[in-house]
Design a binder for this molecule. Structure first.
Ligand code: MN
Length: 240
């Protein structure tokens, strides 16, 4: 059968994909939705009270840096910042479309989970907050979303006591448990699906625990969520 797609004026951008754990298949990505301040201690370290309705921001799909388990990915230190911060996060991979999904049905929409890093140009984000401007430049920049392999939900062993942690150069920076999420995974899916139509391929970065801090070129980030996997990324100097 011949394709009925119109001829593109230049080569179409490649589909962004994330490898699936234990498989040669890949998870094709549609959108990246991120939750802000979803752990009490992180909200407090950012100068907030700790509990508020969930809020969201987006990263373009092509900001992902997908890294296979056991490999070490590379993220270039971005331009326009002197404060690149790490935020280790549980990522929920959506496999089923939904709108206004009720909490009690939310888990039906989960295809799998991954370890992610919501890398942040904190200086630009702080300036945007001060000016009441969007967070795009602080959050949605190139290579700002490293991610490990997606683990299918039926093989992911996570619960309230599941540890989420990030080490930098072998020293612990962030350490918490999934049970400390202010808004749980099903609650987040319910909220997100009231704001956007969910579709297969959507990724939700669920927020970071306390301990966010700066990294520099030469640092190695080692992010782990028990029962999900490990994501290792080297920060390398910005290419000219
Ligand atoms: Mn975050």
């Amino acid at each position: 059968m011949t394709s009925t797609l119109p001829e593109t004026v230049f080569a179409a951008p490649p589909t962004v994909v994330v490898p699936v754990a234990g498989s040669s298949r890949v998870f094709p990505v549609r959108r990246i939705i991120c939750v802000g301040r979803n752990y009490v201690e992180h909200a407090i370290e950012m100068g907030h009270t700790g509990r508020e309705p969930p809020f969201f921001f987006l990263k373009p799909a092509d900001t992902l840096v997908a890294v296979r388990e056991g490999e070490v990915g590379r993220m270039h230190y971005p331009g326009a910042t002197s404060s690149l911060h790490h935020e280790v996060e549980l990522v929920v991979a959506i496999g089923q479309a939904g709108r206004d999904v009720p909490v009690e049905r939310a888990m039906e929409h989960v295809w799998g989970y991954a370890v992610g890093l919501d890398m942040t140009r904190r200086d630009l984000q702080n300036e945007a907050k001060k000016q009441g401007r969007p967070w795009c430049t602080g959050k949605g920049f190139d290579e700002s979303a490293p991610i490990g392999e997606v683990v299918p939900a039926d093989r992911a062993a996570i619960g309230p006591d599941t540890e989420i942690r990030l080490d930098v150069n072998g020293g612990q920076r962030q350490r918490s448990t999934i049970g400390k999420l202010i808004w749980s995974v099903p609650e987040i899916i319910a909220h997100v699906s009231a704001l956007w139509d969910l579709a297969p391929g959507d990724l939700i970065y669920t927020g970071t625990p306390e301990g966010v801090a700066a990294v520099v070129a030469g640092d190695r980030l080692d992010a782990r969520i028990a029962g999900i996997g490990r994501l290792q990324v080297d920060i390398v100097p910005r290419a000219a």
